[in-house]
Design a protein around this ligand. Structure first.
Ligand code: IMP
Ligand code: MG
Length: 176
């Protein structure tokens, strides 16, 4: 992967440790609560898979597809392409994201789910880009610099989601 990566930012081992730490924290905070993990497809898959195994509670798992990202720039609209299968009134929602950049996608989803009268809505994200000031997710794996990263669910033009680590994409690949 040296041809496309500038560097490896976060190793497989570091990700694993973060999943264990976050899982413990979530287990403690959500004990006794009717909780739904809502994975935001497609980027959430590796993270949701590893994180949810570290949550020692009978949580439900649901998915949504919301898109606001094309190539390497964020557009202003968020479309819900696939929605939850269940009503969420009175339930505690934990949104599972791969990365929060501007916070635009997640904010739009929070607004939507608030209207459905969830008991609470929080966000767990593996990565949080340092410059976003729109939103501070409650649970953050790593705060990262404002660079375009791929791997562990994160794509560039639908590729590289399968890398087991997080790498920084070479600038010349998208800065044309
Ligand atoms: P936001 O709405 O700006 O927070 O963008 C969130 C979405 O954009 C994420 O769920 C990702 O799908 C995508 N995204 C943001 N930054 C990156 C990146 O560095 N690499 C790959 N995808 C990214
Ligand atoms: Mg995403």
């Amino acid at each position: 992967m040296n041809e496309i990566l500038e560097s490896i930012l976060i190793s497989k081992e570091q990700i694993n440790e973060a999943c264990i730490t976050l899982g413990k924290q979530i287990t403690k905070d959500y004990e006794g609560k009717d909780t739904v993990l809502v994975g935001l497809l497609k980027g959430c898959i590796p993270f949701l898979s590893d994180l949810s195994k570290e949550i020692d509670l009978p949580v439900e798992t649901q998915y949504m597809i919301a898109s606001s990202y094309h190539g390497t720039t964020t557009s202003s609209e968020v479309h819900i392409k696939y929605d939850l299968e269940i009503p969420i009134e009175g339930k505690h929602i934990l949104l599972v994201e791969d990365i929060v950049d501007t916070g635009q996608t997640i904010n739009a989803i929070i607004k939507l789910l608030k209207n459905r009268k969830a008991a609470s809505i929080e966000v767990v994200t593996l990565l949080n880009k340092v410059d976003n000031n729109n939103l501070k997710p409650k649970y953050i794996g790593f705060t990262i610099p404002n660079k375009f990263v791929v791997g562990y669910g994160l794509d560039f033009q639908e590729k590289y989601r399968n890398l087991p680590y997080i790498g920084v994409l070479k600038k010349e690949l998208y800065d044309k």
